[in-house]
Design a protein around this ligand. Structure first.
Ligand SMILES: [Zn+2]
Ligand SMILES: [Zn+2]
Length: 231
């Protein structure tokens, strides 16, 4: 699988919109790799992980043709991971799509679905160009050429997910946003005999000790790696 990070920042991005701290001043001055946009990744030019407001910037910057991406996995309903307003511009009158265009499937929990104007068949009104597929933890589903398993995350929304992606004998665990990985997730991976080729871990709190368990830091990343290696 070809995995490309499009954005890796937390909710406010770097530089943060109003912030004048040293980090943000430095990012404004140096630009380029010091600029970090909201969390999103692209796999095999076919599947997107999350749809933040910076999707627009990513599409322009990396020359992505969104009409070719048929699967969008949403981790949770926070605005920096799911910005459905821009999905509205797929509708007639805004988007001129290829004749053979097939609907895009957006996968997510019920809170994600609630943010989309869906009809009784889970298609987005009025043009049925987006379809919503509700996901449940540990229930695998096929998304094009990918086998996807949503797994429970530890984060401040209802039913947040991290995703196991499998294709062509390779496995990726995409774990943003989440605090400590639940023991049942590690147990599940072990029982299924999943050997992870790539784990992408949340590290929002960097080297700080945090008091709430909704994100990871370096220390928690190391503990997680050791727990997974021991499993
Ligand atoms: Zn700052
Ligand atoms: Zn979040």
């Amino acid at each position: 699988m070809k995995f490309k990070y499009l954005g890796t920042a937390a909710a406010e991005g770097i530089p943060a919109i109003y912030c004048t701290c040293k980090v943000c001043r430095n990012a404004r001055e140096l630009g380029k790799r010091e600029l970090r946009s909201r969390s999103q990744a692209l796999v095999d030019d076919e599947l997107l992980l999350d749809f933040p407001c910076d999707t627009y910037w990513h599409v322009i910057t990396y020359g992505i043709d969104l009409t070719k991406i048929k699967h969008i996995l949403i981790t949770h309903s926070h605005d920096d991971h799911f910005y459905p307003l821009d999905m509205n511009y797929i509708r007639k009158g805004f988007a001129h799509l290829p004749e053979d265009f097939e609907p895009v499937t957006v996968y997510g929990n019920q809170e994600v679905g609630a943010k989309l104007p869906l009809d009784e068949n889970n298609f987005m009104n009025p043009d049925r160009r987006i379809r919503f597929a509700p996901v449940k933890p540990f229930e695998a589903l096929q998304a094009g050429s990918f086998l996807i398993t949503p797994l429970p995350a530890c984060h401040g929304t209802k039913d947040p997910m991290i995703y196991l992606l499998q294709k062509g004998g390779k496995s990726i665990l995409y774990a943003h946003d989440t605090g400590k990985i639940f023991p049942e997730v590690i147990r599940f991976l072990k029982e299924k005999g999943v050997v992870l080729d790539l784990i992408s871990l949340d590290c929002t709190e960097a080297d700080k000790t945090i008091n709430y368990n909704s994100h990871m830091n370096l220390e928690r990343n190391i503990v997680c790696r050791n727990e997974m290696q021991d499993a």
